[in-house]
Design a protein. Sequence first.
Length: 19
Amino acid sequence: FSNQVIQRGASGEKVIELQ
């Protein structure tokens, strides 16, 4: 399966999928 990591910064949100 894949894990989704949400990183919140000054520019906005990034959703990263780790496989």
